[in-house]
Design a protein around this ligand. Structure first.
Ligand SMILES: [Zn+2]
Length: 108
């Protein structure tokens, strides 16, 4: 995350939060202790990956909850997500990008 205070929280539904940095023109997606900084294209790619997760992807047992593993290039650890977490991520991304378009119209 950059040091700029020039960001707007677009949508939040604990533990997911999406914000937009007016300085870097990037989205920040915070999920619990995980953090992703994404361009508009990057966010749309990430959304696609989430949407493509199938039942068989949720094959990791995390204390009795089946989770899917998402790896990203910058962290070798990756992120484990349950189906519920995937749907709340998608919901927050959807809300956030919609609101972003509204702001874009308002502040252009
Ligand atoms: Zn920034």
């Amino acid at each position: 995350m950059c040091d700029s205070k020039d960001y707007i929280v677009l949508a939040e539904e604990a533990p997911v939060r999406i914000s937009w940095c007016k300085h870097c023109k990037t989205y920040s997606l915070v999920f619990g202790t995980s953090y992703l900084s994404l361009t508009k294209q990057g966010l749309s790619n990430f959304k696609e990956v989430l949407e493509e997760l199938k039942g068989k992807n949720f094959c990791y047992d995390h204390f009795g909850v089946n989770k899917a593993l998402l790896r990203n290039n910058r962290s070798s650890a990756g992120i484990y997500l349950s189906k519920k977490e995937v749907s709340s991520l998608l919901e927050v991304i959807e809300q956030g990008t919609t609101l972003k378009e509204v702001y874009h119209v308002l502040y252009q």
